[in-house]
Design a protein around this ligand. Structure first.
Ligand code: PLP
Length: 401
């Protein structure tokens, strides 16, 4: 007999660390925008594994590329070369207009890599005195969970109890240009920022903010590092969210959907200068750039473009956002988003977003509450108009007052 939902949850609770509090649904299958639990109930996935499955669950072409490569060669380490890496470099560089690529695995590793590279760039190219490099980051940022990263988080849950932390970071409020200007000094090597703050609740900066940030960075010789691990690869209706602002970052971080959810693949994309400072032996990863990861990422990028998922994200995002804005409800405080990166912020008096996510689950929608009062909505980019309309009916049923 297959174990029940309750017994699987009990086992997880007994044996696992309690570092997550998932919705109590145990999934065993996924296809496109849908996932199924072990009892056969179907759900529309409105989280997409935090935007890692932009291409939809178990995309057949990515799956085929994975199986084909897994039968040939999976891992060589970077001690030897493999026949996939150069193609991956070429394709991602052409697509994003980058000059150098450094492949890693998780998003957090890409962030750590960028921090290391940009500090070294600061000392070797910008001429900052050794040990004095400063990186400006934003309040309420989310860049991952490693020691270096939680050290510059402002979220008490993320950092309390985990110190001591590495110095060299300065905080400014997201979207506040004057604060950024004031934080700059001769030792500032980089500004690390998300184009839209995802985990903070899909926070969109004021119009013109990034144009001005770009100008300040250029004028002061500061590397602009955009963390597009969540916003990138079609999520906001553009390949990269920077396109909404008409700017180009010096360093761009991608991850999550870079594999379409099949495998952890991330990358640092940069101009020649910043990644150019890294010499053999100074940075690496056993799995980074392995042939299986490269083959999967190549297929994941290919279907994203070939199947017009980016255009679909823009069109379906507009339709979804408009529909959400049309729901008559006195508990909805705000509806916002770009492309299919959407959020409904509830009035604090509504008693928190979690119970609405539970109610949505009963109606066949999986969505995630974030920061107490916000429901984040980010379905796979392959969602159709009919599926958006059906989802809107469920949201309306749960949120209408
Ligand atoms: C998810 C995320 C990360 C971290 O990625 P992991 O693969 O979980 O390490 C970093 N930055 C942003 C903006 C993210 O959304």
């Amino acid at each position: 007999m297959t174990p029940s939902t309750e017994s699987l949850i009990e086992t997880e609770y007994r044996l696992g660390a309690h570092n997550y509090k998932p919705l109590d649904v145990v999934l065993s299958r996924g296809e496109g925008v849908f996932v199924w639990d072990i009892d056969g109930n179907r759900y529309l996935d409105c989280l997409s594994a935090y935007s890692a499955v932009n291409q939809g669950h178990c995309h057949p072409k990515i799956l085929a590329a994975m199986v084909e490569q897994a039968q040939k060669l999976t891992l060589t380490s970077r001690a030897f070369r493999n026949d996939q890496l150069a193609h991956f470099y070429e394709e991602i560089a052409a697509l994003t207009g980058s000059h150098k690529v450094l492949p890693m695995n998780s998003g957090a590793e890409a962030v750590e890599t960028a921090v290391k590279a940009v500090r070294k760039w600061g000392y070797e190219v910008k001429g900052v005195p050794e040990g004095r490099a400063e990186i400006v980051v934003c309040s309420n940022n989310f860049h991952g969970r490693t020691m270096g990263i939680v050290g510059f988080s402002t979220d008490p849950d993320a950092r309390t109890g985990f110190g001591p932390f590495a110095p060299g970071f300065r905080h400014v409020p997201f979207g506040d240009l004057d604060a950024f200007r004031a934080a700059i000094n001769e030792n500032t090597v980089a500004f690390l920022i998300e184009p839209i703050q995802g985990e903070a609740g899909v926070i969109i900066p004021p119009a013109g903010y990034f144009t001005a940030v770009r100008e300040l960075c250029t004028r002061h010789g500061i590397t602009l590092i955009l963390d597009e691990i969540q916003t990138g690869l079609g999520r906001t209706g553009k390949l990269l969210a920077e396109e909404h602002e008409g700017i180009e970052a010096d360093v761009t971080l991608v991850g999550k959907a870079l594999s379409g959810g099949f495998y952890p693949v991330s990358a640092v994309l940069s101009n020649s200068e910043v990644l150019g400072v890294l010499q053999p032996g100074q940075h690496g990863s056993t799995f980074g750039g392995n042939p299986l990861a490269c083959a999967i990422a190549r297929a994941a990028l290919k279907v994203l473009v070939e199947e017009d998922m980016i255009g679909n994200s823009e069109r379906m995002g507009d339709r979804f956002q408009e529909g959400l804005k049309g729901i008559r409800s006195n508990i909805i405080k705000d509806v916002r988003g770009r492309g299919l990166m959407l959020a409904v912020e509830l009035d604090p008096a509504a008693g928190g977003a979690r119970k609405y996510c539970e109610a949505l689950k009963e109606r066949g929608i999986l969505a995630k509450d974030t920061h107490g009062d916000t429901i984040r909505i980010a379905p796979p980019l392959v969602i159709t108009g009919d599926q958006v309309d059906w989802a809107l009916e469920q949201f309306e049923a749960v949120l209408r007052t």
